[in-house]
Design a protein around this ligand. Structure first.
Ligand code: E4P
Length: 294
């Protein structure tokens, strides 16, 4: 059962409902799940179909994704399931919004993932006004998190998540956990309408430190969550210290929320690379002649 002093909501990061069932059995609870195009492309049925030489048509892949999230939604009806729109460098806000509206209708507990790019923020600002719940993905800086706050002002609590990606910052030698600490500290001066969802978690130390920092939500890969469950769901001790080792610190900056979202510096190389990777993984599922959809 859920540890008494656990305030953070625990999500599974994955695209395979069998893993969701296992985690619910091991932990006895689960607060939600995040999916993305890469995780869906790794689903065993998708792999099997591709290894037989057959790709999906565009309709088939959306139907497949819908089937997966419907199953997840049924397993965690009280939770949230994040569904990600297809977005490459040329995808317009209108196209993202159109997909987002359609995906939001798939299940009653969806959050729609838009990238933290100019077009993604434009789509999210409108989506929130239309009553959709959103999860801003591929966020790598405190300034991007400030822009998300500004773009979604007026949203209800629970309607907006920001997903800072810590593992991908660590991968290039920067301390990704600093973005979580800095964003939580910056948002403490706000109205609480954006919740911090720690993403791109790679190990138990990321997990424990995010709990210690008081992240609102954390999405965790199957292996890390399974290990935590099997160890009896330990919470970080008062004395817990995160060892950033040789990772370069990312300093806190004083950033206010008074500007228009368009006036923040929202560009980040890893956001662009992330969109490239997600769109490539999605396209890898499609029949060759159907690739590069927008
Ligand atoms: C979840 O919402 C993210 O898409 C996921 O955590 C990314 O993780 P990765 O950096 O390991 O691909």
């Amino acid at each position: 059962m859920r540890p008494q002093n656990l305030k953070t909501r625990i999500f599974l990061d994955g695209g395979n409902p069998d893993e969701t069932r296992d985690i619910i059995r091991i932990l006895g609870f689960l607060d939600g799940q995040t999916t993305n195009p890469t995780l869906i492309s790794r689903h065993p049925e998708a792999r099997k179909r591709l290894s037989r030489g057959g790709g999906f048509s565009e309709k088939e892949i959306y139907d497949f994704y819908q089937g997966v999230v419907k199953t997840l939604s049924g397993l965690i009806p009280q939770g949230s399931v994040s569904i990600e729109v297809y977005a490459d460098a040329s995808t317009s806000a209108e196209t993202m919004l159109r997909q987002g509206r359609e995906m939001f209708s798939w299940i009653p507990n969806a959050h729609i993932k838009f990238p933290t790019s100019k077009e993604g923020l434009k789509a999210a600002a409108q989506a929130v006004k239309d009553g959709l719940r959103v999860n801003m993905t591929l966020c790598f800086s405190q300034e991007q998190a400030a822009a998300i706050y500004a773009a979604t002002k007026g949203a209800a609590k629970g309607q907006v998540f920001v997903s800072p990606f810590i593992g991908r910052l660590d991968d290039r030698g920067e301390n990704g956990m600093d973005v979580i600490a800095n964003t939580l500290c910056m948002y403490a001066g706000g109205d609480g309408h954006v919740e911090v969802l720690t993403a791109s978690v790679r190990n138990m130390d990321h997990f424990l430190y995010a709990l210690k920092l008081g992240t609102d939500i954390i999405t965790v890969p199957f292996d890390v969550l399974k290990t935590w469950g099997e160890r009896g769901m330990p919470m970080p001790a008062e004395t817990y210290r995160y060892e950033a080792k040789s990772l370069k610190p990312i300093s806190f900056r004083e950033i206010g929320f008074e500007k228009r979202w368009e006036d923040y510096d929202i560009g980040h190389e890893l956001t662009d690379k992330g969109m490239e990777r997600f769109s490539a993984d999605w396209n890898s599922l499609l029949q060759p002649e159907k690739r590069k959809i927008a």
